[in-house]
Unconditional design. Sequence first.
Length: 490
Amino acid sequence: MNAETLLLPYQSRWVADRSQVKVVEKSRRIGLTWGQAYDDVLTAATRGRDGMDVLYISFNQDMTREYIDTCADWAKKIEGVAATVHEDIFQDSADREIKAFRIDFASGHKILALSNRPSNLRGKQGRVVIDEAAFVDDLDELLKAALALLMWGGQVVVISTHNGVDNSFNILVQEIRAGRLPYSLHRITLDDALSDGLYHRICAVTKKPWSQEAEEAWRADLIKTYGDGADEELFCIPRQSAGAYLPLPMLQACMDREIPVITWLEPAADFVDWPLPVAETWTRGWIAERLADILDALPKDRAHYCGVDFGRSGDLSVFWPATEEKDLRLTPPFVLELRNCPHRTQQQILFAVLDALPRFSGVSLDARGNGSALAEAARQQYGTGLVREVMIAEGWYRETMPLLKAGLEDKTLILPGNADILSDFRSLQVVKGVARVPDKRGKDTTGGRHGDSVIACAMMLDARKELGSVEPWDYVGVPIEGGIDFLGWS
């Protein structure tokens, strides 16, 4: 039997990840432990260096017994694997009797299913699998004990649905997203599993015909069954996740009143209709007056990044450049806000700023709607190695906002001491487990602001994360110092 063909794509991706520590937040009942058991059997059945013991830990005996039964079933199905199941009783450090399940393999390795006491891992070696980690008694101590095993090789695997926003498992997930922990992170919602064929597999096993209508009805019934817990149980959204994302004292501790917030305002109501040479001349003068001295004073030996949130006649456009200091703090020399600024003038100012940034290392731009024109122009000017066109969606918020919060917690992200900037950062709300700027509702009472500067700052962090390792480059064939023919053009 080729067991790998039985794994659905999300199960295969999980099993294929050989990171030393890997974590997954997941929906219930999508068969991930079943796929993990397959890989654990192969690992324990392998002789020599590539094989190892597997130590499985969960929060209750029923789940542990089910896992052992699944492993035994896989061992029967996989050709050439011989295994024997045992039930053991041993004494723990408190001299209490603990029941453990064990499968011995001809390879000399074993799968050992233990209770979730951290002391049970002492003196052992191999792969540690912590299943439904959000429900174990002390995940922090259990992880500490498990990670100690990595000194001699092995792997730590953490699998769980969520169990509240303040749970240690959710904190672990957020720490990984913030870049504080170098672990691999997966996320598998019910919809992710369905798109990879979960309901097709259910129909095949239960011998029912599949149809799109049947799948949608099954999904709806499942959500109805879980009721108020559906977001947490099926869609990886920890409960009690509402309210302000960034505390006021944290923000104030990162603010520097010496950093200017510069506002561009149209010189006349008909500025958009000025002849292009006249508008460009006026804008060059404004740049020389307001920005040139600050840009000239930037350290020439430090990398610089930039983030852009686009707005035209309603929201602001905000440019957030930043210097990466020697101590890795990200300090903006200024934050630039453009109100009712024509597209052509925004491009002129942005290019002037980027051209003047020493060791310019990347810019990320909001490419939604009309912002796509400015983002595309930047890509054409500087190349895809230095420009990211970002379509802001929930996934971007989920991955980027933990970076922003981590920078503020660590005081490596410096903000201007400005009331409007403070208001923008305070506008972030946790909506269904994800920090984001809420959609505008009703009459705008913020003077045309909609969290614009916090998005620009997050874009800057996006550029640093995604583009920071890329070296600047020139377009091949563009005449840098003379007539280079590009595809027959001269």
